[in-house]
Design a protein around this ligand. Structure first.
Ligand code: PEP
Length: 253
């Protein structure tokens, strides 16, 4: 049985008082639950604050990106070791916003996955097609290309202990969720592709769906056999909405 994860992606949102209020509203409602994991991926400047609020709780924390470099003249980057120093255990890698707005190519994403692993972080590798790609029936080709870049650089071992997130770009922040059948189809495709290299790694790889997940649709999505939780943007900023998704994950399976 695979572990289930609900991971919040705060994106470029937050403030010291706002973060504290949000986490203090979430924490009393979250009790440790075997096989279920809750985490938040926060802007790097808030890592120290979030560590102070979450240390010793069942909620983990992580970064939203990681440098492909370990150190040096890379202004603006945050290394995996730096994230680890603040107790982060996770790092989102290859989010579509990084790919489209900040030039993260498939090759760069593959390097970032390797850097995260080297630093001892669990990468959350994001893949997903745009609406135009879906309408051209290119979904599988795009997912294959994005996944293969990582598999070709580091092998299936890079995904052993990692998380894979299917995030159709057309569903992120748009209010349009993939149907549970669409999510399942993409997840099954991705799992089969990993299995071609290593069936055992594929079988234990937690695969998250991301794209306008809400309390109202989480139960149906999490009931799919290859959907092992969610990567949550907007709804992770509202305690009650995030908790509703967490409860759906706790209740699933
Ligand atoms: C995301 O940012 O990864 C995401 C899925 O956002 P939203 O839940 O807002 O669609």
């Amino acid at each position: 049985m695979r572990q289930k994860y609900v991971v919040g992606n705060w994106k470029l949102n937050g403030s010291l008082p706002g973060n504290e209020a949000l986490l203090k509203a979430i924490l009393p409602e979250v009790s440790p639950k075997a096989g279920r994991h809750l985490a938040v991926c926060v802007p790097a400047p808030y890592l120290a604050q979030v560590r102070g609020l979450l240390e010793g709780s069942p909620v983990a924390w992580g970064g939203q990106d990681v440098s492909r470099f370990e150190k040096g003249a890379y202004t603006g980057d945050v290394s995996g070791a730096m994230l680890r120093e603040f107790g982060a255990t996770l790092a989102i890698v290859g989010h579509s916003e990084r790919r489209t707005l900040f030039g993260d190519t498939d090759a760069i994403v593959a390097e970032k996955v390797a850097a995260a692993r080297k630093a001892g972080l669990t990468p959350i590798l994001c893949v997903g097609e745009t609406l135009a790609e879906r309408e051209r029936s290119e979904t599988e080709a795009v997912l294959a290309r994005q996944l293969d870049a990582v598999l070709e650089k580091s092998g299936a071992a890079a995904l052993d202990g990692a998380l894979l997130a299917y995030e159709p770009v057309w569903a992120i922040g748009t209010g349009k969720t993939a149907t549970s059948a669409q999510a399942q189809e993409a997840h099954a495709f991705l799992r089969a592709r990993v299995a071609k290299q290593d069936a055992a790694v594929a079988a234990r790889l937690p695969m998250l769906y991301g794209g306008s997940v809400k309390g109202a649709n989480a139960t149906e999505l999490f009931a799919m056999p290859d959907v092992d939780g969610g990567l949550i943007g907007g709804a992770s900023l509202v305690a009650e909405d995030f908790l509703a998704i967490w409860r759906a994950a706790v209740a699933a399976g």
